[in-house]
Every structure is written in C-alpha cells, then in structure tokens.
Design a protein around this ligand. Structure first.
Ligand SMILES: Cc1cc2nc3c(=O)[nH]c(=O)nc-3n(C[C@H](O)[C@H](O)[C@H](O)COP(=O)(O)O)c2cc1C
Length: 207
C-alpha cells in the first residue's frame, strides 16, 4: 500500500505511523515546577541527536488544562530550564505507565507510581532512584512544530547532557550491558518491547 498522510486515509483500523517507527526509546522525564514540586512522565518521541556536545531531544504534543501552556513536563522545562531523562528498564514498566496518567499539575507521579527520588549532582530535579541510567540535562532550545489543532502546542525540546548516572551493576567489562536491565521501547498502538538480545557487527571496509 501507499498513502500520503496529509492527504489520503490510510484505510487501516489504526494509524500505523508510530508502529512503523519502532522501536522508539522512552525518555522518562523528571522535572520540577517553579514551586519545586516534582513531575515525571514518559515521552517516546525521544532520541540522542548529537554526541559532541551530547544532546538529547524529546517532543511533547498536547494541552492540559485548557488555559495552560502544555503538558506539565514542557511547562516545567521552560520555567526551570532543567530536566532529567531516566531510562526505564523492563522491571519498571508498570511504574513508567502509571506515571503517564493525566494528573493535574502539582501531583507527584513518583508517589503515584511508587518510585523513589534520588538527588542529582548538577541539576535540581530528582532522578528515579530505581532507574539504572539517568541523564542530567540543561535546556538548550525549543523547536516549535506545526500543530493540527490551534489549542494544542507541538514541538521538540533539546537538552545538553551535563551529567550521566550509570548504576555499576550494568557495567560489564567496561561496556554497558543493556541485557542486564532490558531498556523499554515503545512500538505502535499499546505495544512495547524490551531489549533482551543483542549482536555485534564490525563496520565494513570500503572495497
Ligand atoms: C510510553 C509512552 C510514551 C509517550 N510518549 C509521548 C510523547 O512522545 N509525546 C507526548 O506528548 N506524550 C507522550 N506520552 C504521553 C505523556 O506521557 C502523558 O501525556 C503525560 O500525562 C504527560 O505528563 P505531564 O503532563 O506530567 O508532562 C507518552 C506516554 C507513554 C505511556
């Protein structure tokens, strides 16, 4: 099949777009609001976009509530200019999902999801103590994207990584052993995957 997303119906029971860009890693984003209240939410429009300097991005789309700018995470990042991206392991899948519920601003998803806050080294927001990997980030830039609904905002957040936490248990022979914590990934629909198998391939020489 072929279709032009902006012009044609896809004709399937569900929009296939996100299922076609799969797996996507999940940024479990921890922020503080201007009053110092913690917030935690997952974002799967997420990736690393630069290695030097190290830059991560995630994208938020939505409004909540009507008079508010956007998702709590985005508002907090724009107000406080700091955030932490935690990696969610398979063992925390239910806590990750629980933190996505549309709670009102000021509700602490750490408490709702049964998670523990750990202090960061450089930024003010806490990290998820149970997560084996966390990136402390400083807000760099917001990139506005078109939004199909004028009441909703859409856009990327770019952040420079200023500190990285790695639990010693996931370092094996000087390398990160993702199989030991099985990072969660988002697929389409309500589907997820976790990395349980890996393989290596040397880069080819030009011949
Ligand atoms: C696995 C997963 C991935 C998600 N990815 C995104 C995303 O990329 N962008 C987005 O705007 N919302 C995404 N959401 C929805 C937000 O997590 C949800 O709207 C959350 O309530 C936002 O919380 P906040 O208002 O505290 O920021 C995702 C939810 C889940 C469960």
């Amino acid at each position: 099949m072929f279709y032009r997303p902006a012009h044609d119906p896809h004709g399937l029971a569900h929009n296939p777009f996100k299922a076609l860009v799969a797996p996507r890693p999940i940024a479990w984003v921890s922020t503080l609001d201007a009053d110092g209240r913690a917030n935690l939410a997952p974002f799967s429009f997420f990736n690393a976009v630069s290695e030097a300097p190290q830059i991560l991005m995630f994208a938020a789309y939505g409004k909540k509530p009507a008079e508010d700018l956007n998702k709590d995470t985005l508002r907090n990042v724009l107000e406080t200019r700091e955030f932490v991206i935690n990696v969610a392991p398979l063992a925390l899948k239910d806590a990750m999902n629980a933190s996505a519920a549309p709670y009102p601003a000021g509700v602490d998803e750490y408490e709702r999801a049964g998670l523990t806050k750990a202090a960061c080294e450089i930024v003010q927001p806490p990290r998820v103590a149970e997560s084996p990997v966390a990136f402390e980030c400083r807000f760099m830039q917001r990139v506005e994207l078109p939004s199909p609904d004028p009441d909703y905002t859409n856009g990327l957040v770019l952040g420079e990584v200023v500190g990285i936490h790695i639990d010693d248990s996931v370092i094996k022979d000087g390398k990160i052993d993702v199989k030991s914590y099985k990072p969660l990934a988002r697929l389409g629909y309500m589907d997820y995957a976790a990395i349980t198998e890996t393989f290596s391939m040397p880069r080819p020489q030009a011949v």
